[in-house]
Each structure stands twice: as C-alpha cells, then as structure tokens.
Design a protein around this ligand. Sequence first.
Ligand code: UD1
Length: 329
Amino acid sequence: MILVTGGAGFIGSHLVADLVASGQAARVFDDLSSGKRENLAGLRGVELVEASLVDAAALERACAGVTTIYHLAACPSVPKSFDEPAFCHAVNATGTLHVAMAAARAKVRRVVFASSCAIYGNTGDVAVAETRPPQPKSPYAAQKLLGEHYLNDYGAAHGFTTVSLRFFNVFGPRQDPSSPYSGVISIFCERLLRGEAITIHGDGRQTRDFVAVADVVQALRLAAKEPGVVHGSVWNVATGRSRTLLELHAALAALVGGAPPPCHGPARAGDIVRSAADITAIQTNLGYRPRVGFTDALASTLDWYRMRAAAVAQAVDKRGATPRSGGKA
Ligand code: UD1
C-alpha cells in the first residue's frame, strides 16, 4: 500500500491520479484544510483518511501495511509561516516528525518528502546545487529543513530510505488561487481572466524556477521506485531555467491576448530575491527530464482556470444568486 499525505491537495492529487493510472491503490491522508475531496473525484481504489499530521496516532494507524510514503502534506507558505509560525511549525516540523515515527513503527521501506528550495535562502543568480549549505530565511524554510533531518535521522535508525525533493515553484491545474498565500501563477491566472489588476510585490525582477506539476509528479515517482537510491538523498525539482515575475506576467498577458501593466506593491517579508536551480543531480541519479514546456504548461493551466470560472458561473446561474468574488473551488 502507498500512503500519500496531502493527497487531496494540489500536487498530491496529481500524484494520486498518476498512481491510479498506473494501476496502484493509494491511501490519502489529508485534513482537507486546503485539499479537497473533489480533487480525488473519479479516482478508483483511493481511500481517504481525513486527519491532520498533528494527530500522531491517526498517522500511525494510516501507515498500517504501507511500504512507501509520499509526504506532501504541509502548510506550504512562506508568508503564512511568519503570520502563524507556531501552527506552521506544528504541521511542517512536528507533523514530519510524526511521519518519521509512524514510518519507523510500520516498517515502511521508503519515504519521499516534499521539501523546498526555500531552504537555500537567497542564492544570487547562481543555479544552486544540493551541496549548497542551507540558509533558511523564513520559519517555513527552517521547518522544511528540520523535516529533512527528522526523516534522515529516523530512517538511519530504523532502516527506511528517505529521499527529500526540494521543489522549486510548482504550478498547474487545481492550485487554489483564493488565499493571499496562494502561488503566484494561480493568483495571476485568476486575476487576468477576470480582468482584474495584478499586484507584483517589489520590482518584479525577483526570479523563480516555475516547474509544471506533471514534472513534479515525474520526480516523485522516480524517487519512490529507483532501487539504488542512497538514504538521505536530496534533489532539486525544477526546470533549470528561471524567469522574473515581469517575464511571467508578460507570458500570461500574451496568452490571454493582452493585459494592463501590473501594479507594484512593497516586497514581501522573507521573500527570496533570486531563485535558480541546478538539476544535474536529479537528472544523473534518477533520469528526471523536465518534459513540459513553460508556455504550454501556462496555457493548459489558464485553460483549467477558465473552465473553473465557467463552472462557478454556471452553478451561480442555476442558483440564481450573485457571483462571489473570491470563493473556493
Ligand atoms: C514558493 C512556494 C513554497 C516553496 C517556495 C520555495 C507557493 C505558494 N509557495 O514560495 O511552497 O517552498 O516557493 O522558495 O508556491 N507574488 C507577487 N504577487 C502576488 C503573489 C506573489 O508578486 O500576487 C510574488 C511573491 O512576492 C514572490 C513570487 O511572487 O516573489 C512567488 O511567490 P509565491 O508563489 O507565493 O511563491 P514563493 O514565495 O516563492
């Protein structure tokens, strides 16, 4: 049995769909705080355990008969980790310790952990390799780093293999745009489609390596199945090409047929200025290859937000109610 924590969320539900498509059964552990039941709609052989990572006993029960854990559940936001540091610590750090404890008890073989490039801090324009010493600049980054250590230490002591994948900026269908903590591409897509103004925090010259969710799923699957993986391996998951927010805005504006220039607000606390990934290690060790082109992935992501907006409008029409401006999917 495979356990996916956070399996009803944005990245998790894409992973679960891929597992199901390849004939595997999956157990999803998700408290549905940001994940949604409908993200798993139509997927056969998926069992949902609705519980939080802070509930160590529930996690231990969910690990019965499990051989592989994909640990994706998290409170994945840099600004939220400043606003609610204790809560985020409980989920991201203590929650990951609970995963390590449960994996040890259940004699799980491998844990693949969704870590973060936030761990590197500001890297300048240099593409960072995994050998770079961590310099976390936010509680979120520190919590993810601690999570890597907990899993490595427990794995070494109890015989399971841990692989930590440091995700760069993941985007794609089903990313929820409705919170101020949402990923920038989800926010920009939704605003552009509504004809609303876009706010860039800072001058827009900050860079990110935006990686399509399908490529992240590719990396997760490889990390779980590659037999020769060394315990404690850490790999970047990205495309190897960074873009500024101004470039992102221009690419999206072109896809929607033009948009007004963005507004600029103050830079966010703890915001990374430059983020660039060296993906040589994951390419060499796992045979990972980014397959999805940036513009194609942006276009299909925009299509998904279009469809979502149409579905919301249709539902509102049926009820004869007034559309809300920022509701959840
Ligand atoms: C993201 C991830 C986080 C990951 C981290 C690694 C999300 C939601 N968070 O954080 O899980 O660990 O990368 O570094 O994907 N921005 C705007 N306008 C907006 C929204 C955002 O200008 O309306 C800017 C932000 O200030 C930031 C950039 O866009 O400079 C990206 O922000 P965001 O998508 O929240 O991601 P990160 O903070 O990079």
